[in-house]
Design a protein around this ligand. Structure first.
Ligand SMILES: Cc1ncc(COP(=O)(O)O)c(C=O)c1O
Length: 390
């Protein structure tokens, strides 16, 4: 019997890198040493104090549902983190704990998006954002961005792309795949452009904490009505625990709670108790050492790739990605990635996974491997460039 699944599910694209990853795994199983520069998660396992708190939570029987908003202790701890890191007073009542930043995106999309309504998103950008919009029957209005705006939305771009169906914009700072930030004045200008049109602003701040030589500003410093997505995945190194949060204006919280109850009931209980250890000084010290390690990797890989002829037009200030233009070598980015897997066993992500605009001549490198592995990767890439025939 022929099965017909939903148009929504057909419209959502898979990660193109998965096909490359499957090939990388085959090669690995055949005994080859594959260097993975395609992986969007820290290579460090969760810091020991967080793991210990998770184990203690399990032993204490924290294995049941929690309140849909999350446990009060964790919402208070996050509020305290906004006070110490940003000097901001955020009422814990405005914070909802979610299953990852992805859960926060699901909540925000479900609350803010009506069928057929448009949201402005930067292209290139994190692909799931537009897929979440599709899931709730909204539409992503992809805004081509390049080095001239450091790959970020600007008030001018909002002006140019806003139409009668537009209701908001979703930005990310630091962004995936480019690692660029929206600085405080830029966040304020973007917020003003949205407010002038009666639109909502959602900012994905899940790479906050992972910035190098600069502190990221939260949109909440300039706009108390914005929605903020955040996560324990990246800076806090808890990808597999599935934990994030959403900060929302007070009047939205009741509806968000209702959505959370229905969509997933609560974020994982033991992960919430484990995350209480994230804000202890001993843990923050470990996380800061890891941040310094990421900075060293960026400072090595960025000039090394530029020396090989990759064009990285904007110095990324955060996350753990380098988004590189391969035009100097010619050919299509997907084929380029295939070439490096097949010949040099180095896995990188093709631009196609981040949109359409610059996709066919860009690739993303994730520096989620240690310095030694990055050095080996650069040697292999240098060799692979010699055998690349576009
Ligand atoms: C920009 C961005 N937002 C959100 C997410 C979702 O992450 P998580 O659900 O693990 O918090 C990711 C993951 O890579 C991301 O890169």
């Amino acid at each position: 019997m022929a099965t017909s699944y939903s148009a929504r599910s057909r419209a959502i694209e898979p990660f193109h890198v998965m096909a490359l990853l499957a090939r990388a795994n085959e090669l690995q199983e055949a005994g080859h040493d594959v260097i993975h520069l395609e992986i969007g998660e820290p290579d460090f396992t969760t810091a020991a104090p967080i793991v210990a708190a998770g184990q203690a939570a399990l032993a204490a029987g924290h294995t049941r549902y929690t309140a849909a908003r999350g446990i009060p202790q964790l919402r208070e701890a996050i509020s305290g983190f906004y006070a110490s890191r940003y000097g901001l007073t955020i009422d814990p009542g405005r914070i909802l704990i979610t299953p990852g930043g992805s859960g926060a995106l699901l909540l925000a999309s479900s609350l803010l998006v009506d069928p057929g309504k448009h949201w402005l998103l930067a292209d290139p950008g994190y692909p799931c954002n537009r897929h979440f919009l599709r899931l709730v029957e909204g539409a992503a209005q992809l805004v081509p961005v390049g080095p001239e705006s450091r790959y970020q939305l600007t008030p001018e771009l909002v002006e140019r792309y806003w139409n009668h169906d537009s209701v908001g914009a979703l930005a990310a700072s630091p962004a995936n795949p480019t690692g660029t930030l929206l600085h405080k004045d830029e966040l304020a200008a973007l917020s003003a452009a949205l407010k002038a049109r009666g639109g909502h602003l959602v900012v994905d701040e899940i790479y906050h904490g992972l910035t190098y030589g600069v502190d990221a500003s939260s949109v909440l410093e300039v706009d108390d009505e914005a929605f903020v997505l955040n996560s324990f995945s990246k800076y806090f190194g808890m990808t597999g625990w599935r934990l994030g949060w959403l900060v929302a204006p007070p009047e939205a919280v009741g509806d968000l709670e209702k959505l959370a109850q229905n969509l997933y009931i609560s974020a994982p209980s033991m992960a919430q108790y484990a995350a209480l250890a994230c804000f202890e000084p001993a843990t923050l010290e470990i996380l800061e050492q890891r941040r310094e390690e990421f900075a060293r990797r960026r400072d090595y890989l960025l000039p090394a790739l530029r020396d090989l002829g990759f064009r990285i037009a904007v110095e990324p200030e955060g996350a753990f990605y380098l988004y590189a233009d391969i035009s100097a070598f010619g050919g299509d980015a997907y084929a380029f990635c295939q070439h490096f897997i097949e010949t040099e066993h180095v896995a990188i992500t093709p631009g196609l996974d981040f949109g359409r605009h610059l996709a066919s001549h860009h690739v993303r490198f994730a520096y989620t491997q240690n310095l030694e592995r990055l050095q080996q990767a650069v040697e292999r890439i240098a060799r692979g460039l010699k055998s690349w025939r576009p």
